[in-house]
Design a protein around this ligand. Structure first.
Ligand code: NI
Length: 389
């Protein structure tokens, strides 16, 4: 139980690698420099095959073990993209790019998986094949889906796939995981209300979209409280409204946008159907028309039971049984590793990042002491899942 020995001699290099990524954050699919840096490091480490350009800027590394008697293949995944945030940490390795920042620690995720890949390529002490997956566009761009659509799992048919995210507020050296739904679906809602514009002094000659919008905003509050089973979870947050541009003109249209989160796909379907029904019927009651564009971004992130146990076992070997919480509480934030978990059995684990500011905060800080724990988790997981024959 501890950080694995091999990490010691790599830690300085990996920390420098992480800080270089941190200084040079890139958004969504524009992770060109990051992907090139990762690919170069994988090649330098002797990874057997390095394929760039999967899902636009995704990178895949293939590492064969000493033997392949089992014929088994497991995928380990990290995300590479940053966020449109102005960094406020004041650290010497702070972002050099105004308005962009690794505020979710994906630089750390990338570094930990790279460290593990280096070690696996050197030691080869496993039976089977390890695929290291570096994806772009986790922050809203569905980079995981792009890689899957680009043939990720048909070219490399993984038996299992694993992901890891850091967690501020949990001590370094601790892990948390749970089976089942751990993160919410993420959907976008765009409501358009079409009325009939006209003179503010002659409302009788118009169909004012504003009272329609107001009624819709009030009414959707009943979805979570009156439509969904109280033992389920759903969030409907309407966050913008645009209508009109003059104090004496009744506008023709009103637009509302928002987001829906759920922890079960059935609940997601229920919210969508109810939302559409409310908007269309309320609008028509006023003589207007209401339309909902319901855009499904990320599915619910569902950890598979068996692979959750297996991931927990690896974490327990690294951190000790007492430092792995097996009852991680679900949250309604989203994670596009969900797309991979819908294709291949697997699990996502959270790793403690100490007392940092929260994810997506300008003062968020990835603790480089996490690197050793994350690297050890990955290589322990490989040793357990692909035992040397
Ligand atoms: Ni993240």
């Amino acid at each position: 139980m501890a950080i694995e020995n091999w990490v010691g001699k790599e830690l300085e290099t990996l920390t420098a690698f992480r800080r270089d990524l941190h200084q040079n954050p890139e958004l969504l699919y524009d992770t060109v420099r990051t992907a090139a840096t990762v690919a170069e490091a994988l090649r330098a480490a002797g990874v057997d095959e390095v394929v760039e350009g999967i899902g636009r800027t995704g990178v895949v590394g293939v590492i064969h073990g000493h033997s392949n008697k089992s014929g088994r293949m497991i995928g380990l995944r990290a995300d590479m993209d940053a966020l449109p945030i102005n960094e406020a940490t004041g650290k010497p390795w702070a972002s050099k790019v105004p308005g962009k920042m690794h505020a979710c620690g994906h630089d750390g995720h990338t570094t930990m998986l790279l460290g593990a890949a280096k070690h696996l390529a050197q030691s080869r002490a496993f039976d089977g094949t390890v695929i290291v997956i570096f994806q772009p566009a986790e922050e809203g761009g569905a980079g995981a889906r792009a890689m899957i659509e680009d043939g990720l799992f048909t070219r490399w048919p993984c038996n299992e796939v694993y992901g890891m995210h850091n967690r501020p507020g949990m001590p370094v050296g601790e892990f948390t995981i749970a089976p089942g739904p751990i993160m919410g679906s993420v959907d976008e809602v765009r409501i358009t209300i079409e009325g009939r514009g006209g003179h503010a002094a002659k409302p009788n000659e118009t169909i004012d979209p504003l009272p329609v919008a107001a009624t819709i905003i009030q009414s959707v509050q009943t979805i979570a409280s009156r439509t969904i089973d109280p033992m389920d979870n759903a969030v409907v947050s309407l966050c913008t409204m645009q209508a009109g541009n003059a104090f004496n003109v009744i506008p023709q249209t009103a637009e509302i946008t928002g987001t829906v989160r759920a922890l079960r796909e059935e609940v997601r379907d229920q919210v969508e159907a109810r939302l559409k029904s409310l908007v269309e019927n309320i609008a028509s009651g006023f003589g207007a028309t209401g339309k909902v564009d319901y855009i499904r971004h990320y599915p619910v992130t569902v950890n598979h039971e068996r692979e959750t146990d297996l991931a927990a076992q690896a974490a327990q070997e690294v951190a000790g049984v007492d430092r792995v919480d097996l009852e991680m509480a679900p949250v309604l934030g989203g994670e596009d590793f969900s797309f991979m978990l819908n294709e291949v059995p697997g699990a996502m684990i959270n790793i403690g990042n100490g007392p940092s500011a929260g994810l997506h905060h300008p003062e968020y800080d990835f603790d480089d002491d996490v690197i050793g724990w994350g690297c050890s988790y990955w290589t322990t997981l490989v040793r357990q899942r692909l035992p040397a024959a």
